[in-house]
Ligand binder design. Structure first.
Ligand code: ADP
Ligand code: MG
Length: 682
């Protein structure tokens, strides 16, 4: 359907051009030709509209939509139930983690329904991405937001009222406008979907006042459509806000597991974060990755450092010009460059499915933020890594950032206070994630209230082995020293004093009067530094937020000093190869999760290259053409004809028509038409 339209549009432009040159220049009958052109345009317009009506009239069921439009064989967890509920006319609230496939839950019903689906979405980039993806799959969709001119908006609404679009994305503010309300009142609206529905709640991370108007808009419609809402934020407060604000009617609430079992979670505390990042990026050359930093300054510093080391990186933060941001984002999305260093301004609305790693250079302010940002890795369900680089300093940076956060002037003082307290609680939970020695995956799931079983061999704690040492008496000595010098020095000086260093600087400070001088002389300075680092990790000590990192005592210091709390140092002794090999149930057993061998890899690169050429021609990001996962599936299955190609996950009818043959050609050429071995048998 869409391909027919797309071809008509292309041939239409081409047609007018040939028509013009042919008639005007050869025959010279200008007036006559003017009339013919108008006639020709009308004729083409008619064809176009017929094509549209063909698309609208051909109703499909949910399985047809899944296979022929999206190219998938089966629904993922939760999808089918949500789709059935929506199709039966019941409101739904779907709470599923990032990458779980929420879009499909409302897009499939949108294709089955007779009327139009309106999707409220918070961001222009998000809308563009979704509409691009739908258009590629052959679905008539459009977006209406402030990136269009008034004229373009009117034109889009005109086409919408003629039934050109099955799915229309709008920004919440649009729902208030006279022209949009008028259109919606006259149109046949089957479904209103609220994407990123947590934006309705002040308890979520991205509150958007415009979202509060959605319910009023729905109430203005002559016939109430089914209302579906989706978010990845699971906390009860946010959920209640969504249900209340949207006035969902007897909604089916679907909460799917929050586990992303293709993601590895790691917390590292490297001595130098820059070196860690450099090594990591080098080891993962060619793979797509995002490195998040807490501040613009950190982004710039790390960016320049990596550039100096010869790594071709991009950067993104709100301090860059709009033009530069747009360009850098596109370079990343179009796979022209693979690594981007960014603040959290980067990412929401980016559905790049082949991000293989997300490194957090600093600890974020909450696990909500962390899971959302880290969750941008591996949306194609292939293996990916999420690594957080933690240092005690991060806690101070975040406290400082929270304190200097601008207040929302719409809120009452009591509300502001309660938000503050909430922020601090979130920061604590985030810090505990970084310092816990227990399973990181379990920690995340518990935080989001998901108590389903999880077996994990894919986090830095489950893969490590620890030895434990009671360091309480050492800790008491360190705390006494910090109190004695009254927080005036950093870790190096404190370690020097405690070890009884003969360095003149230390001697001058001590001058024989400090009781702590030499009180841990049985330990090396290095060992004392390790203990201090652990005390900072456990927040028994804190550091000043400036570059001097002066040591101070933390909340728990008193309890340690009077012997109420023991301090255990857990040392990671080695990575457990054993635990890496054992794959407990539920992890990594997914159908289609294959590992390519060197031949498979080589073919994958060839297909990737073809995808890049097509993407450039079509002016869309490569992952919109086919995801990495789809290319991997092609390499594993080696389709040689249409029937086989349509069995590849992610290849629907429309995409087959447009690109299928070209991929088959490359596969045939590489394999010389034989089913060679391209995967590693497990
Ligand atoms: P989110 O829940 O974050 O909104 P998306 O809707 O963007 O997630 O989907 C994430 C990815 O999963 C997309 O690339 C999408 O095409 C893919 N996907 C969704 N449903 C399925 C399915 N049933 N089978 C295979 N891939 C799917
Ligand atoms: Mg989404």
């Amino acid at each position: 359907m869409g391909s027919r339209t797309a071809r008509y549009e292309k041939s239409f432009v081409g047609g007018v051009r040939t028509f013009c040159s042919h008639n005007i220049y050869r025959n010279g009958f200008l007036k006559l030709n003017y009339i013919s052109i108008i006639f020709y345009l009308k004729y083409k317009q008619k064809l176009l509209m017929e094509d549209v009506h063909f698309a609208q009239k051909r109703f499909m069921n949910k399985f047809e939509a899944l296979k022929s439009i999206f190219g998938y064989d089966s629904f993922r967890e939760g999808q089918e139930k949500i789709i059935d509920d929506i199709l039966s006319g019941r409101d739904v609230l779907g709470i599923m983690p990032t990458g779980a496939g929420k879009s499909l839950c409302y897009q499939v019903p949108a294709l089955v329904f007779k009327g139009i689906t309106i999707v409220v979405s918070p961001l222009i980039s998000l809308m563009k991405d979704q509409v691009r993806g739908l258009n590629e799959a052959g679905v008539h969709a459009a977006f209406i937001n402030s990136s269009l001119t008034e004229g373009q908006i009117n034109k889009a609404l005109l086409l919408a009222s003629k039934g050109q679009y099955k799915i229309i994305y709008v920004a919440p503010e649009r729902l208030d406008t006279y022209s949009f309300i008028n259109f919606a009142k006259a149109a046949d609206i089957s479904q209103v979907t609220v994407d990123e529905a947590h934006c309705i709640s002040q308890w979520g991370q991205d509150f958007r006042p415009g979202y509060l108007r959605i319910e009023k808009f729905i109430s203005l419609l002559p016939k109430r459509p089914v209302v579906s809402a989706f978010t990845a934020t699971a906390t009860k407060k946010v959920r209640d806000d969504i249900l209340n604000s949207l006035k969902l009617k007897d909604p089916a609430i679907m909460v799917t597991g929050f586990d992303r079992d293709n993601l590895y979670f790691g917390v590292e505390t490297p001595a130098r974060k820059t070196d860690f990042v450099f090594d990591y990026v080098k080891k993962h050359a060619g793979q797509s990755g995002i490195i998040y930093c807490a501040t613009r300054k950190n982004v710039d510093q790390l960016y320049l450092f990596l550039l100096k080391q010869g790594i071709d990186v991009l950067r993104y933060h709100a301090g860059l010009s709009g033009e530069e941001r747009k360009q850098n984002q596109e370079e990343f999305i179009y796979d022209n460059k693979s690594v981007i260093v960014a603040t959290n301004a980067f990412g929401m609305g980016i559905d790049k499915s082949n991000v293989r790693y997300v490194i957090h250079y600093n600890m974020p302010q909450s696990l909500e933020n962390y899971y959302q940002e880290a969750g941008r890795a591996g949306r194609d369900m292939e293996e990916a890594e999420c690594i957080l680089l933690y240092s005690g300093q991060d806690v101070m940076i975040n406290k400082f950032l929270l304190e200097s956060k601008e207040e929302n002037t719409d809120l009452e003082p009591a509300e502001i206070l309660s938000l503050r307290i909430k922020d601090e609680e979130k920061l604590k939970a985030m810090t505990n994630y970084c310092t816990t020695h227990d399973c990181l995956r379990r920690y995340i799931l518990d935080y989001f209230g998901d108590d389903s079983d999880c077996s994990c061999d894919k986090c830095s704690n489950c893969r490590a082995e620890f030895e434990q040492e009671d360091i309480t008496t050492y800790a008491q000595a360190v705390i006494s020293c910090v109190l004695e010098i009254n927080g005036r020095y950093g870790a190096a000086v404190v370690a020097g004093i405690l070890s009884g260093s003969g360095a003149s600087k230390i001697k001058n400070i001590a001058l024989g009067t400090l009781q702590s001088y030499g009180s841990l002389s049985n330990l090396s300075e290095g060992a004392i530094r390790e203990i201090i680092a652990e005390l900072i990790l456990q927040q028994i000590l804190t550091t000043s937020p400036d570059r001097y990192s002066l040591l101070r005592t933390g909340e728990m210091a008193d309890a340690v000093l009077i012997g109420e709390k023991t301090v255990i140092l857990k040392r990671k002794i080695k990575k457990s190869e054993e635990s890496k090999r054992i794959r407990p149930s539920g992890i990594n057993k997914k159908k289609g999760n294959v590992i390519l061998n060197s031949k498979g890899d080589e073919l994958f690169e060839k297909l990737r290259f073809l995808r890049k050429i097509i993407a450039a021609d079509e002016k869309v990001p490569p992952y919109i053409v086919f995801s990495d996962k789809t290319l991997v599936d092609m390499c594993a299955r080696l389709p040689f004809d249409k029937e086989q190609m349509l069995r590849v996950s992610g290849v629907g009818d429309n995409k087959y028509d447009r690109y299928g043959e070209r991929f088959i050609e490359v596969i045939r050429e590489y394999t010389k038409g034989e089913k060679i071995q391209t995967v590693i048998e497990e």
